[in-house]
Design a protein around this ligand. Structure first.
Ligand SMILES: [Fe+2]
Length: 227
């Protein structure tokens, strides 16, 4: 009886070790949320953040690491994968996009996001005419997107900023995107991102997003595109 228990325990331990090892062989990490679940209250509520980060984001990540394993993507950067998106199966596009986009989204929000840097503000003015014109265009992209997707602010190959409205988990780094660019700001307009608090009032969610944008981080991302 004792031997049976020891054997069962050993088997359990081996299965646990295999599970842990399988998780750890991926080169893609699951980033921590940079703030507490309730940090963006009242604009983004705690319950939404818990579901969004713990369930949706985790599911994208888990499915992506499986797809990464199947398609031998370990060791590659997400930028490299997205630049060759058209060569990979749809799972890589959907789950890889879901993984990258959400990790990016958590970073560009903060309860104390500050203001755009002078150099970013200058680029916004040059690209859109004014900050208000940029906000209007970005909000239009977020509010008029039919179904699920994201609104993006990205930098094109000439250094100019542009707003993009992309479906599902696509992003401007993907070779399949209508216009290619490096993202510096994004807004998730899937219903799971706002429905618990805002229900059908997506426009209110979009308006309140500006209160939690981490402009310090967005400015950093812009700065990196200049190199
Ligand atoms: Fe989402």
């Amino acid at each position: 009886m004792k031997t049976k228990k020891v054997l069962l325990f050993t088997l359990f331990l081996q299965l646990f070790m295999i599970g842990t090892r399988a998780q750890n062989t991926s080169s893609f990490t699951f980033p921590a949320l940079p703030y507490s679940y309730d940090a963006l209250e009242p604009y983004i509520d705690k319950a939404t953040m818990e579901f969004h980060y713990d369930k949706h984001f985790r599911a994208y990540y888990n499915n992506f690491i499986k797809a990464a394993e199947t398609n031998s993507l370990n060791g590659k950067s997400m930028e490299e994968i997205f630049a060759n998106m058209s060569k990979y199966p749809i799972q890589v596009r959907n789950f890889g996009g879901g993984y990258y986009n959400h990790a990016f989204f958590w970073e560009i929000m903060s309860p104390n996001g500050g203001e755009p840097s002078a150099i970013l503000l200058k680029a916004i003015n040059e690209s859109f005419g004014s900050y208000d014109a940029f906000v209007k265009e970005f909000e239009k992209a977020a509010n008029t997107l039919f179904g699920s997707g994201w609104a993006w602010l990205a930098v094109d190959d000439t250094g100019k900023l542009f707003v993009a409205q992309l479906p599902n988990q696509d992003n401007p780094l993907m070779d399949i995107a209508p216009k290619h660019g490096k993202p510096i700001l994004a807004l998730d307009v899937w219903e799971h991102a706002y429905y618990l608090k805002y229900q059908n009032k997506r426009a209110d969610y979009v308006t309140n997003f500006w209160k939690v944008v981490n402009w310090v981080k967005v400015s950093e991302f812009y700065q990196k595109t200049l190199k």
